[in-house]
Design a protein around this ligand. Structure first.
Ligand code: DC
Length: 221
């Protein structure tokens, strides 16, 4: 069974997807980390984001692995754990550029489908319900007010970046929305058969409960 969760940055996807996967005893695959890992490796190799062929070559050869951690999932690339390095705003911005390259999307989509074929998974991203698994048994599309989403990102990042300004994060979130919704390939949009959840006013647990109620009739879990 495949559960697809899509939505914009800061909508709460990865937090609820991780909890949901643990409840269902499914694997959790955060596809945003895969785009971030490609961006990270390209940066390590000194490749500029506009060298699209070189970034695509990184996507073709990179070995990305998800491993369970104590309180979060770890991302490993070729023997190195890079989970924390992927969280920065710079890697987020480079990942958005990498995600607009059709060849990068093609390669990562294939990797995601192969992971999905291994068994029950909860997969989150931007195009899981529309492109990667259009036949997923359950699809959710999470939305939230951009200022609330920026506030969530700000709370996550302010310990590492004390001089961070909320207004700046609001601008970044809106810019990322624009890039994700307007790219030519696989833009962010809800699948027609997805369940729309607005998380602006909801606690994480409430979102998970609503998802569990939607899933139960299909899975008998
Ligand atoms: O969710 P995130 O911020 O970690 O995603 C990083 C970038 O990758 C973001 O610009 C959206 C893009 N992405 C995508 O295009 N398709 C996915 N399935 C997942 C992420």
């Amino acid at each position: 069974m495949i559960i697809a969760i899509d939505g914009p940055a800061g909508s709460g996807k990865s937090t609820v997807a991780c909890i949901l996967a643990a409840r269902l005893k499914f694997r959790y695959i955060e596809t945003g980390s895969m785009y971030r890992a490609v961006a990270w490796k390209a940066q390590q190799q000194g490749i500029r984001p506009e060298d699209r062929d070189k970034v695509a070559a990184v996507a073709q050869t990179i070995a990305i692995e998800f491993r369970p951690g104590v309180d979060h999932q770890q991302v490993w690339v070729e023997g190195q754990e890079i989970t924390a390095q992927l969280k920065t705003e710079i890697i987020g911005s480079l990942a958005a550029s990498a995600a607009a390259i059709p060849e990068v999307r093609k390669v990562l989509t294939e990797k995601q489908r192969a992971m999905g074929r291994e068994g029950n998974v909860v997969m989150d991203g931007r195009d899981i319900g529309t492109v990667v698994f259009p036949n997923a048994e359950k699809k959710f599309f999470l939305v939230a007010d951009p200022v609330e989403r920026a506030r969530r990102r700000y709370d996550e990042m302010k310990a590492a970046q004390p001089d961070l300004d909320l207004e700046q994060v609001v601008r970044q979130v809106k810019q990322r929305d624009y890039e994700d919704e307007n790219r030519a390939v696989s833009p962010l949009k809800p699948a027609e058969d997805s369940i729309l959840l607005d998380t602006t006013q909801l606690k994480i647990e409430e979102v998970v409960e609503r998802m569990m109620r939607a899933i139960q009739p299909v899975s008998n879990v």
